[in-house]
Each structure stands twice: as structure tokens, then as C-alpha cells.
Design a protein around this ligand. Structure first.
Ligand SMILES: [Zn+2]
Length: 98
């Protein structure tokens, strides 16, 4: 027996194991494709006082007062907007859809 510490045998790997990177979730490309441009907003109504276009949301109650989003004029009730034809007191006129 010798006092020399036992030398570790040098491992020689003739065929080192191939490092396989774990496949994680696909990374998003740095440049995300731009989302498609939304279609131009088609307003259903036009404010008579100022001419701004706006739309009435379908989920509004009939007794909700509609005000112009631009000039804040009181235009009428939702029920007035839904009437066909719209009453003369309505301070907005329907815009024709293209
Ligand atoms: Zn207005």
C-alpha cells in the first residue's frame, strides 16, 4: 500500500452524451406580428348640435338618457333611438351605413 492518494482515473468520453435542451414552450418571436387593424368604427348616429358620430350600446335600458360624447348635449332616451322612425324630438339623426 502506498501513501499516495489514489488518483482518480481520468474518464475519457469517446462519445460524450449529447446535451439535449429541454423543449419548453415555444418562445414568442421578438417581433410580434402586428394585430390586424380594426375596421373603422361605423357610427349609427350623428349628434344634431355638433355633428359628432356615436353609437348606442345595445345593452342599454330604454330609459337611459343619451348624451353626445362630444358636446354632452342631451339627445334623447334610448327608447327614442330605438323607435322607428325616430321621434322628431330626438336630437340626433341616424347615419347611413355604407
Ligand atoms: Zn354633439
Amino acid at each position: 500500500m502506498s501513501d499516495e492518494p489514489k488518483r482518480r482515473p481520468i474518464l475519457s468520453l469517446k462519445n460524450p452524451p449529447k446535451v439535449v435542451l429541454p423543449e419548453g414552450p415555444k418562445k414568442k418571436p421578438a417581433r410580434a406580428p402586428a394585430p390586424p387593424a380594426p375596421p373603422p368604427v361605423q357610427h349609427d348616429w350623428k349628434c344634431k348640435p355638433c355633428g359628432a358620430g356615436f353609437s348606442i350600446e345595445a345593452n342599454l335600458a330604454d330609459d337611459v338618457v343619451i348624451r353626445c360624447p362630444s358636446c354632452n348635449a342631451k339627445l334623447g332616451l334610448v327608447s327614442d333611438f330605438r323607435a322607428d322612425p325616430p321621434p322628431a324630438k330626438l336630437r340626433a339623426r341616424p347615419t347611413k351605413r355604407v
